[in-house]
Design a binder for this molecule. Sequence first.
Ligand SMILES: NC(=O)c1ccc[n+]([C@@H]2O[C@H](COP(=O)([O-])OP(=O)(O)OC[C@H]3O[C@@H](n4cnc5c(N)ncnc54)[C@H](O)[C@@H]3O)[C@@H](O)[C@H]2O)c1
Length: 329
Amino acid sequence: MAILVSGGAGYIGSVTVHQLIAAGQEVVVLDTLEKGHAAALPPGVKLYQGSTGDAALVMRILSENRVDAAIHFAAYIEVNESVKDPQKYLANNIVNGIAFLDALVKAGVGRIVFSSSAAVYGMPKRMPIPEDAPKQPINPYGLTKHIFEGVLASYYAAYGLSSVSLRYFNAAGALPDGSLGEDHDPESHLIPLVIRAAMGKRRSISVFGTDYPTPDGTCVRDYIHVLGLADAHIRALAYLERHPGAHAFNVGTGKGLSVKEIIGAVKRVTRKDFAVEQAPRRPGDPPELVADPGNIGRELGWTPAHSRIDDIVASAWKWHSTHPDGFGG
Ligand SMILES: NC(=O)c1ccc[n+]([C@@H]2O[C@H](COP(=O)([O-])OP(=O)(O)OC[C@H]3O[C@@H](n4cnc5c(N)ncnc54)[C@H](O)[C@@H]3O)[C@@H](O)[C@H]2O)c1
């Protein structure tokens, strides 16, 4: 039986596909390649280029392959763009996503793992954040993730489609051999941006806000190695075989690192120096986002492997320094 992976040519999707293949699993990928890269897929993986919103295509994929589960990464991911153009995000992340679910239900596929986000929590008051914290997203991107979790809950209740929503905190890192990593355009994630400064591809790195109520005044986030994330998906698929329902788990380390600590780690690991500039706060950046990962540990037996910050940065450095133009090079 095969697993259908939407958005499987993107950053987290391609690493997960790589790990599924390494575990001997048959995988079929659906990706528009608008943001993803065919070159990120292991040789021999069947790639259908197209959208989750193309019901006829998804039905064809399901009739041509024996699919018994899906992982749904496909989405737009830029918070700032979602504020400027919410329609684009609602249409892709929700409307296209629902078309994808409808095809799965029609074809009798019973399990799905969904890429949710810490963005569902908005500006949480309690740290670390438990799954039952209030869901008050502060941008359309986070709203799409929150709504889609609700859609999945109703699809389980009405149609029996079981799901795990994984609320990722900050995905980071690359395969340890540097063969596969992050290539977003535009890039908005901190670690690849700092690494670009270390490579001399940026003049400096800006720190947005140095007066937050955090130990060193800069924003604190929970960085999780992409391999640990991939493992969470594989465990979630197995969990659904024994636990029907609509579940949601945080995926994070439970430990926060500040922007300054990340910059320090990049300088330490790469042994490169570069300019750091202070800039004003950006609207909508919560001071601190750290997961309480207790539930995923207890229920899925998951631990955040590879997520020591020096290991994350070393793997990302290996990827970026050997692929200075990402998959285009
Ligand atoms: N990167 C993070 O730190 C992070 C954090 C929280 C949640 N997430 C979520 O994880 C998922 C993957 O993130 P990523 O960083 O790998 O992003 P990405 O942009 O690298 O991957 C998304 C992939 O989906 C594809 N895609 C988009 N819309 C599509 C559609 N309608 N049909 C088919 N393919 C489509 C894109 O071409 C791309 O390959 C997203 O759902 C994102 O919201 C990511």
